[in-house]
Every structure is written in structure tokens, then in C-alpha cells.
Design a binder for this molecule. Structure first.
Ligand code: HEC
Length: 202
């Protein structure tokens, strides 16, 4: 009888401890939720959040923007079909000419000085020749065609055909590790691109 009573007491204690654990968990969750609901509008409406491009975003903002952008690009890239002859040398040269004209200002090029635009961008534009990474072609195509909202990266698909965008992709894939001599040689051999441009009809 005594033994039975003590067992019963132990079970009650464990149950009470578990319950108080849940209360603490929901309590913290509640406080965080209230803090989020109160602090977010204050930051948004009072202008307290620094929106300038001359300092990095706060960590939580970087996280939200980074995740949203990565997931959006990955989702878009899934329906892109990469041409089999992407690395065709005439395609690469065509892309080189377009890169110098439209991308170098922000993404820079081997042997070229930093530009005013490149130094003022936030988030900064990646420097393709300086990294060892070759990005997946489908992803690069999607980004060039659609751009990345809330950054300086424009949507080139509004004025350029998929064929021209593939030429830029082909050239970008050659960029990692490219020397200034290689870049200049390619530019020298690149066709002029003005006549390729497709302006949208009004
Ligand atoms: C006005 C500046 C600007 C110009 C011009 C520009 N870009 Fe960008 N680009 C950016 C910025 C800024 C980012 C980074 C966006 C981010 O952090 O999400 C970017 C990102 C990219 C990326 C994604 C890289 C990655 O690591 O995911 C590609 C690819 C790219 N640009 C290609 C191009 C090409 C090709 C051109 C020329 C046709 C071009 N960009 C012109 C500013 C620019």
C-alpha cells in the first residue's frame, strides 16, 4: 500500500515537471512573438532601420533576403534547359563583348580598376573572375534573364533574347581565374553587339 502511494507521487511529480517545461517553452515563444509584432512595425514605420546602401543589412534581414533569393533562383532555374553546345567558341566571344558593355561596370573584369558603381553597391556584385566557382548554367541564365529584385542586378530579359543571354552565360562560365591578357584577347575578337539588341515593342 505504502509502495503504491510513493509510485503515485513520483508519477505526479514527473507530470508536473513536464507541464512546467511546456509552460516555459510557450512563455518564451509568446514573448518572442509579441516582441516581433511590436518591434517590426516600429522599425518599418519610424525609419529607424538603416536602409542606406553604404552599410550592410542587419543579420536577420540578410538571412531573410539571402534565403528568399536562393530559393527563388533555384525554383526558377529548375525549368531552364541548358543548350548542349553552350561552350561553342563563337557564343563565348559574343558573350565577352556583351559582358564588357553591360556587366563590367558592376561585376568588374580582370585587369580593370574598381568602378564607382561597384564600390557603392549593396549587396555587392560578385566578382566572377576572382572566384574559383563556376555557377550552375541554368541558375546563371535565370538570374541574367530575370535579375534579382532589391539588389542592383537588372533583368536583362526585358531587352535581350534567350540566345543572347546564353552567350553571356557561356562567357561567365569561362571567367573564374581568367587573366587580363585572356580577357583583352577575347574582347578583341568579340563581334559588335549593338545590332543583336532587341528592344521591346511599344
Ligand atoms: C548595376 C549593377 C549590375 C549590373 C550592371 C549587372 N549586375 Fe549582376 N549582379 C549585381 C548585384 C548587386 C548582384 C548580387 C545580387 C545578390 O546579392 O543577390 C548581381 C548578381 C549577379 C549574378 C548572380 C551571381 C551569384 O553568385 O548567384 C549573376 C550571374 C550576374 N549578376 C550576372 C550579370 C551579368 C551577366 C550582367 C551583364 C549582362 C550583370 N550581372 C550586370 C549587380 C549588377
Amino acid at each position: 500500500m505504502n509502495q503504491g502511494a510513493s509510485e503515485h507521487t513520483e508519477t505526479t511529480t514527473v507530470t508536473v515537471e513536464r507541464r512546467s517545461g511546456w509552460w516555459i517553452f510557450f512563455g518564451i515563444l509568446g514573448i518572442l512573438a509579441v516582441a516581433f509584432v511590436v518591434i517590426t512595425p516600429i522599425l518599418i514605420y519610424t525609419g529607424a532601420y538603416s536602409i542606406g546602401a553604404d552599410a550592410p543589412d542587419a543579420r536577420p534581414m540578410q538571412w531573410v533576403m539571402g534565403m528568399t533569393s536562393d530559393a527563388g533562383v533555384a525554383a526558377g532555374a529548375r525549368s531552364v534547359i541548358v543548350p548542349i553546345n553552350l561552350e561553342d567558341s563563337s557564343r563565348v566571344l559574343r558573350g565577352a563583348g556583351m559582358y564588357a558593355e553591360m556587366c563590367e561596370n558592376c561585376h568588374l573584369a580582370p585587369g580593370k580598376e574598381k568602378t564607382e558603381i561597384s564600390q557603392g553597391l549593396y549587396p555587392p556584385a560578385p566578382i566572377f573572375f576572382d572566384t574559383g566557382d563556376v555557377l550552375p548554367s541554368a541558375k546563371v541564365f535565370w538570374v541574367i534573364q530575370h535579375g534579382i529584385g532589391s539588389t542592383g542586378m537588372p533583368a536583362w530579359g526585358k531587352t535581350h533574347s534567350p540566345e543572347l543571354i546564353w552567350a553571356m552565360v557561356a562567357f561567365l562560365q569561362r571567367m573564374p581565374g581568367m587573366t587580363s591578357a585572356q580577357y583583352d584577347t577575347m574582347l578583341h575578337r568579340a563581334p559588335p553587339h549593338d545590332e543583336d539588341m532587341q528592344m521591346p515593342e511599344h
